[in-house]
Design a protein around this ligand. Structure first.
Ligand code: ADP
Ligand code: MG
Length: 339
């Protein structure tokens, strides 16, 4: 089988929205009137983002999932995907599994796999996704305002506990372990929640680098948007530690798993790979947020609030963890201590 046979056999799937998919020099898409196109690319490199031994079906799923997560964070409806892939050799069994994982998640979200590129080389995956959002309705990182409540979906920290289980042998009960490994290997992008949060959330980001780091990105973007182009207001956040930790503790409690506080903290604040949505919404919009979460059948937790410059006592974004009477400031780059 040559490269073209490979593309026909593994990478060519029926399309639903596109006028033309794989097979010509390029694909033809049909833009929806009144919508903006949302486009994003994420690259996964062997040895950096995944191991050579990674199970291929899960890898195909994850390569697309991390991209769809970016569209979810923008409140976009995913429509199309392209896959650039470099492979050291033509391994049919591997390709079949990989393509099955990719195409399976694409079908689940009615995403057309419309093209890509295939070359020989060290294994590398580069996925591009396109989605749509009504003009002006995209969720940006920059819309959070002092006083807004901060929310997160799911149980952030779960993927990091899965990794700790695999790498450091952290003991987990069966249910916790299954949940953690599922989140790590087969993350489910929060597409439905992103769509439901249009018009509700003021800012949104997906948690890929760790909650503290990604919260920092959201605060910086919002501070810059608030102050103007060349300076940023030092927005901060107060996080309610018991609320933030509750979803992860609930998973662990489901089978009596116990994890030390340091490990829990590291997973929650610095654990990447969760692909949950972290978003802000006006303080008075609790009912609207809960209705959106219910419509998307996705659990959400209010974890704190955005603070204005006057309350951060800092010239850069500061995140304060509040645990009962204790206040602990995470330095602007505090998450690096955990990273
Ligand atoms: P060209 O030589 O014109 O660049 P290619 O041989 O790269 O064409 O691709 C031929 C067709 O196969 C194109 O429609 C391209 O989008 C598609 N294709 C190539 N690689 C992939 C892939 N990994 N996934 C999906 N489609 C692919
Ligand atoms: Mg090409």
């Amino acid at each position: 089988m040559d490269e073209f046979g490979l593309i026909r056999r593994f990478f060519t799937r029926p399309v639903r929205h596109a006028a033309l998919g794989v097979g010509d020099d390029a694909a033809l898409l049909e833009p929806v009137h009144g919508c903006q196109t949302v486009v994003s690319t994420d690259m996964l490199v062997e040895g950096v983002h995944f191991l050579a031994s990674a199970e291929p079906h899960g890898l195909g799923h994850k390569a697309l999932a991390v991209n769809l997560s970016d569209l979810a964070a923008m409140g976009a409806l995913p429509r199309h995907a392209l896959l650039g892939i470099a492979l050291p050799a033509l391994d049919e069994a591997w390709l079949s599994e990989f393509a099955g994982g990719f195409a399976g998640l694409a079908a689940h979200h009615a995403v057309d796999w419309v093209g890509g590129d295939t070359t020989r080389g060290p294994r590398n995956l580069c996925v591009t996704v396109l989605g749509e959002v009504p003009r002006g309705a995209a969720l940006l990182r920059s819309g959070a305002r002092p006083g807004d409540a901060l929310w997160v979906s799911g149980a952030p920290g779960l993927a990091a506990l899965g990794l700790a289980h695999l790498l450091d042998g952290v003991a987990l009960g069966e249910r916790s372990r299954d949940a953690a490994l599922a989140r790590l290997h087969r993350p489910e992008p929060r597409v439905a929640l992103g769509l439901a949060l249009r018009g509700v959330a003021t800012a949104c980001i997906d948690v890929s680098d760790g909650l503290a780091a990604d919260l920092g990105h959201l605060l910086r973007a919002s501070g810059a948007a608030l102050a103007g182009r060349h300076e940023a207001l030092p927005l901060g956040a107060e996080l309610d530690w018991p609320a933030l930790a509750a979803p992860l503790r609930a998973v662990l409690a489901s089978d009596g798993s116990g994890v030390g506080e340091t490990r829990l903290r590291e997973a929650l604040l610095a654990g990447g790979d969760d692909y949950e949505l972290l978003f802000s919404a006006p303080a008075g919009s609790t009912l609207a947020v809960r209705a959106a979460a219910a419509a998307a059948a996705t659990p959400v937790t209010c974890i704190g609030q955005v603070c204005g410059p006057a309350r951060t006592h800092a010239s850069a974004p500061a995140v304060v963890l509040i645990d009962g009477g204790q206040r602990e400031t995470l330095a602007p780059r505090g998450y690096l201590h955990f990273g």
